[in-house]
Design a protein around this ligand. Structure first.
Ligand code: ACM
Length: 390
């Protein structure tokens, strides 16, 4: 093996996977890990990247920022890795990025997040707030009303997501009635205050940024309190197929999530993706938007490395500007002006079978706006730009 300055050689290509198989967000991160492995196996079956077999390495990151940072350090310093795929919670991405930047490596991050970040050593393939929060706010303002109660897990993503949500709501003369944070690893009783405040204020909508295993506790507590989702739904960015799988159908039904992908999407690329994922990991494993991003980002990065014949982040990112992929959600591409991704916004409501029924789908690919330059809801008509990069 003789890597030159580009990091290119003929030997197998190790890539690092940073996902949790234990800890509070393991259910969602496991879907990302599986989808990453599926993409790697597809690429290897087709001959690898420029003839090089991809070899995935990486251990359980335990939903803990410190473990993520240690594992990233080990992979980059000891395992010969230059490309990393992974991270779910923003706290884990923030822990990993300084390590990635100091080694001039590349992290491909497949999770929706709060935006307001850019690194030349990172590409972001999950939704930015203009691609999920803005459509969600519009939907609930139109259908339910403008009096909102916010609940989230106690870390950076919910704080920032709530800030953006609150700006959008108050710009529309709506009202934030309360903003409650529960511990990251909550017990059912940690949601008692939330239920009391919902009863006290009777909001139009509850906006939840609760992540991971606490999500089912919130939805079950809401159901046990006897609230009616038809009148006062929970709207969320964090409640995906993985969290819904951990709650009863009665607790899940009638609530909303905004994301670029739902497993119920009726597209040919999605049918192929579902069949391959289920054949590899079993029919009962949930599939999420975060998994779909984890899947397509491996294909995008592999195609870019193939073009660049280099593992140097600047060269890979430059080549990403020339690459597109027919993802299960629609055709995706990284926006070379900000390293985030053109995605297809959607809003869905959970039905009685715990399936996400898509209730809003403009069938348009939206430019990522990570700094939320077009933040006003009134600017909506200007925001979903048909991609010019076809
Ligand atoms: C998240 O923390 N970006 C879900």
């Amino acid at each position: 093996m003789s890597d030159d300055d580009t990091g290119w050689s003929d030997s197998p290509l190790p890539v690092g996977l940073l996902f949790s198989q234990t800890g509070i967000t393991a259910a969602a991160e496991r879907t990302q890990l599986f989808a990453t492995r599926l993409a790697i196996s597809e690429i290897n079956a087709a001959g690898g990247i420029g003839g090089r077999e991809i070899v995935a390495v990486g251990q359980d990151c335990q939903a803990n920022p410190k473990t993520f940072r240690q594992e990233a350090t080990r992979l980059l310093d000891e395992a010969g890795v230059k490309i990393l795929f992974g991270c779910y919670m923003s706290s884990t991405r923030k822990a990993v990025l300084p390590v990635v930047e100091s080694r001039n490596a590349l992290l491909a991050y497949p999770t929706f997040y709060e935006g307001f970040e850019y690194s030349p050593n990172c590409i972001y393939t999950g939704a930015t707030p203009n691609q999920n929060t803005q459509p969600l706010v519009r939907h609930i303002l139109e259908h339910y009303g403008s009096r909102m109660l916010l609940v989230g897990s106690n870390y950076i993503f919910p704080y920032e997501s709530n800030r953006i949500f609150s700006d959008l709501v108050t710009e529309s003369r709506g009202k934030i009635l309360d903003e409650i944070y529960v511990p990251l690893d909550p017990k059912p009783e940690d949601f008692e205050r939330t239920i009391r405040q919902i009863r006290r204020f009777s909001p139009d909508v509850i906006f939840s940024n609760v992540v991971g295993s606490g999500t089912a506790m919130l939805y079950e507590a809401y159901r046990q309190a006897g609230f009616d989702p038809a009148r006062m739904p929970i709207a969320s960015l964090t409640t995906s197929e993985a969290e819904v799988a951990e709650m009863s159908a009665a607790a899940a039904e009638g609530h909303f999530t905004a994301a670029p992908y739902f497993a119920t999407l009726d597209t040919e690329p999605n049918r192929r993706f579902l069949a391959a994922y289920r054949a590899m990991f079993g029919a009962d494993i949930p599939i999420t938007a975060a998994a779909e991003a984890a899947y397509f980002q491996v294909h995008l990065v592999a195609a870019a490395i193939d073009q660049a014949r280099s593992l140097v982040p600047a060269a890979v990112v430059e080549a990403l500007g020339r690459v597109q992929f027919e993802a299960p959600q629609g055709r995706v591409a990284v926006d070379p002006t900000n390293n985030h991704t053109f995605l297809w916004p959607r809003v869905a409501r959970v039905d009685a079978q715990k399936r996400f029924e898509i209730v809003w789908d403009p069938h348009r690919r939206m430019k990522p706006d990570p700094y939320f330059v077009s933040s006003a809801l009134d600017d909506w008509s200007l925001v979903p730009q048909p991609a010019k990069i076809d």
